[in-house]
Ligand binder design. Structure first.
Ligand code: 4NP
Length: 163
């Protein structure tokens, strides 16, 4: 069997945006019957929340959409991840800059993308998934919607190769 495509979603803390993206993408991959072909993970550029469950507000928002984040745990992205993963999906420009600083080869650098670049409805400007950590529940709802659209586009992009 061919190797799976390995995806890692990356935000700052790995407790709000990237674990939500991981949960959404895994749900979409399972639903498409592609779990043997696409592996999904997430990490934070910072290590502050290593070992922590996702933020309760993210878990609650995902649960209302039928997605369970409760068993995910935070971890920090490390340089070796850029060798292991095929696509590294940054939530915002700042995450992408931090990831690029970790790349040791042009091939590793080429694996790093803004996740929302895969959303066919995004216009190419302002591709950040905004950080909802210091806001209210509305932010988490908006983030979930952005992630769902972007992950749907990402899956269509990958499924064309692995399906
Ligand atoms: P995330 O959100 O990057 O989407 O997980 C944040 C979580 C925690 C912090 C910042 C952003 N923090 O400062 O602890």
């Amino acid at each position: 069997m061919t190797e799976p495509v390995r995806l890692c979603f990356v935000c700052l803390g790995n407790i709000c945006r990237s674990p939500t993206a991981e949960g959404v993408m895994r749900h979409l991959v399972n639903r498409a019957g592609l779990a043997d072909h696409i592996e999904v993970d997430s990490a934070g550029t910072a290590g502050w929340h290593t070992g922590d469950a996702p933020d309760r507000r993210a878990t609650v928002e995902a649960a209302t959409r039928g997605i369970d984040l409760s068993r995910l745990r935070g971890r920090q992205f490390h340089t070796g991840d850029l060798a292991w993963f095929d696509l590294v999906l940054a939530m915002d420009e700042s995450n992408r800059t931090d990831l690029r600083d970790l790349a040791t080869t042009p091939a590793e650098r080429a694996k790093i993308h803004l996740l929302r670049a895969f959303d066919p409805a995004s216009d190419g400007d302002g591709l950040d998934v905004p950080d909802p950590y210091y806001g209210g529940p509305d932010g988490f709802r908006q983030v979930f919607d952005l992630l769902e659209a972007a992950c749907t586009g990402l899956l269509a992009h990958i499924a064309a190769d692995v399906g």
